[in-house]
Each structure stands twice: as structure tokens, then as C-alpha cells.
Design a protein around this ligand. Sequence first.
Ligand code: AOF
Ligand code: ZN
Length: 366
Amino acid sequence: MQRAIELARWGTYTTSPNPMVGCVLVNEQQIVGEGYHVKAGQGHAEVNALAMAQERAQGATAYVTLEPCSHYGRTPPCARALIDAGVKRVIIAMQDPNPQVSGRGIQLLEEAGIATQCGLLEESAQQLNAGFIKRMQTGLPRVICKLASSLDGKIAMKSGESKWITSSQSRQDVQRLRATSCAIISGADTVLVDDARFSVRYDELGFGQQYVEPDNLRQPIRVIIDSRYRLHPQLALFSQASKIIIVRSQYQLQAEPEWPEHVQVIDVEGDANGKVDLQQLLPVLGQMEINNLLLESGGNLASAFIQAALVDELWLYQAPKLMGADAISLLALPGLEKLDQAQHLTIKDIRKIGPDIRIRASFANE
Ligand code: AOF
Ligand code: ZN
């Protein structure tokens, strides 16, 4: 199963909106087939492993990181393929949270007289697909809020100068985080101030193309909140032809500029101040099959996400610099007065990245 999880990870940059899944077929103590799911629309892990094993699948045991599917989606059901190939036992790490499957794949196998067992290395399998699982269970994407600051928690000088606080190594790490995300969300402010493109530059990821087939390279969808109609087609953001979603509040609708074809505008209810209501927006992004949403914005939007309890994990990159009390702080989080109102997080991991540190912390609401 450990090997199946390793195989699944090969899909890190390509499988979404589908989950990462790996499969190993063992016959008479020998691995006879291995496979993982590369990309939605292509063969599932089991089908790829069966193709490698051919007739040696007869009588084999399958180790699969996710319950084999029972439905006709983009591809036919894997439970059926395992039955037809004569597999005799199926060991599964976790049930598929997809309501189209959940339990039915196991049931199909059992009905065909195949012994199944579920729960081996379950936690590792869940970690692989935290975003997919959250979307299937709640309809919402899993949100990571990425911020970069000095050691004293500052994200820009008073003048707005912020390039660059963290090292090139940290910025490469962020490129990888972007590459694992289905979508990046930010505000018009950040786009205008930084002329940000929010693209993944695969040559900057630091690993060769053997890890991601050039044909499978994908760009995360870029979602920009722009209630005040400040975006315009001349910005660098629009020069790359991958999908962009502009989010408006229905507060003060105005005429749209002529957008290129890869741009979609959606209207979401606004709050009393005309700001997009994030609670309304997130389910809409869930419906678009966004599993992992990366929030890369300034402190105000990040604060609004946190205060709406919509963030699952904070990734904070801190550079060994001190920028002083006149500089701009990480997060606004207005309205906090007493210590017992402070946001509580749980540190999951701390890592040194070049000269900086990266802290991963989850919110108590996770
Ligand atoms: C498996 N093995 O390798 C994966 C599974 O649209 P489709 O046909 O690609 O189906 C996608 C759904 O299948 C996905 O939502 C999840 O429930 C399951 N993924 N199942 O047996 C796999 N990737
Ligand atoms: Zn399947």
C-alpha cells in the first residue's frame, strides 16, 4: 500500500479535479502490475495496473489507495474491471467520498465474491486528497492561505515596497504550491499593485519534465475578486490564455469591458459594503470542481477569508529580516480586542527553505 501511495503521488500536478490514486497488483509475492491515475478523462489507477499485469492479474491481490469506482464517469467502473480480470482480493486504503461511489465499489466487489479490506494506511491516503475529500463532503474547496513576511510579521514597507522579502528558494516553493492548486484566488488590488500574473512557470519549479509530461502541464484557474471594476484587459494577467474568473458583487453592476475568450465574469451577492460575500462565492467555486484553492492576496482579503472561517491551512514564509513598526502588518483581522478572541491555529510542519522558514498551520475549524 505504501508503494501504491507513492505511485499516486506521481499525479500531484495533473489529476485534479480527480483524486490521486495508486494501485499495485501482487501475485505469488511478486508485483505484477502498477498504475496511477494521471489525468481526468484518462484511465484510472486500477486500469493502468491491470494493463501492465495482463493475465497475471488472475488470482492477484490488488492494493488501491481509494475504493475502486462503481460508476460510469469519464471512464467505466474499476470495480468491474478488477472482477473481469479475475483479481481475488482487494485491499483498500479508504472509501471514496464521492457520493456516486462511496461504498458501492466495495459492494460490487463483495457481490462478485472478492474479499475486500478497507482502512490500510488510511490517514496517508486521506492526506493525499484532502482537497478532493473536502469538496466531496462539503461542496467547498480546501483553502490554503499563503503569506510571506519578515520575521516581525511585515509584508511591505509603508511605501508599498515588497519585492522581495522572501528568498528565491521560497518563491520557487510557492511556484510548486501553485502547481498543485486547482485555482488561485486574489483581489484586484494585488493584481494592480504587483501586475501579478499568477501563472505557474514550469521551468522555475526546479524539477525536470520527467515529473510532468509537457502535454499534461496545467495552469491553475485564476480567480480575481474585483467589486470596483478596476481590472482591464491590458494587464499582464490577461496575456496568458488560461482561464480567468472575475468575481463581481451584485452591489453596483457596471458595463463590462471586452474581455478575451478565456475570461469569465461571475456575479455573487455583495455584503452591505459592496464587497463580494465569500460565503456565497466558495460553493460556486466548489461547483466548478475546484478541490484546492490557493489564496494569494494582501492582508485584507486574507483577513476576510480567515474571519469567515473559510481557510483550512496557513502557509507562512518568513524571511530573517526585521522591517519595523512603520511597515505593513501581515493581517488586519479587525475587531479583535481580547486575547481570548485571538485565532487559534495548530502548527503542522516547520521547514527551513533556503534562508527562510515555512510554517504550515491549520485552523481549528479544520
Ligand atoms: C478509481 N480509481 O484511479 C480514480 C478514481 O470521471 P471519472 O471516470 O474519471 O471518475 C472520477 C471519479 O472516480 C472521482 O470523482 C472519484 O470518485 C473516482 N476516482 N476511482 O477507482 C482511480 N481516480
Ligand atoms: Zn475507477
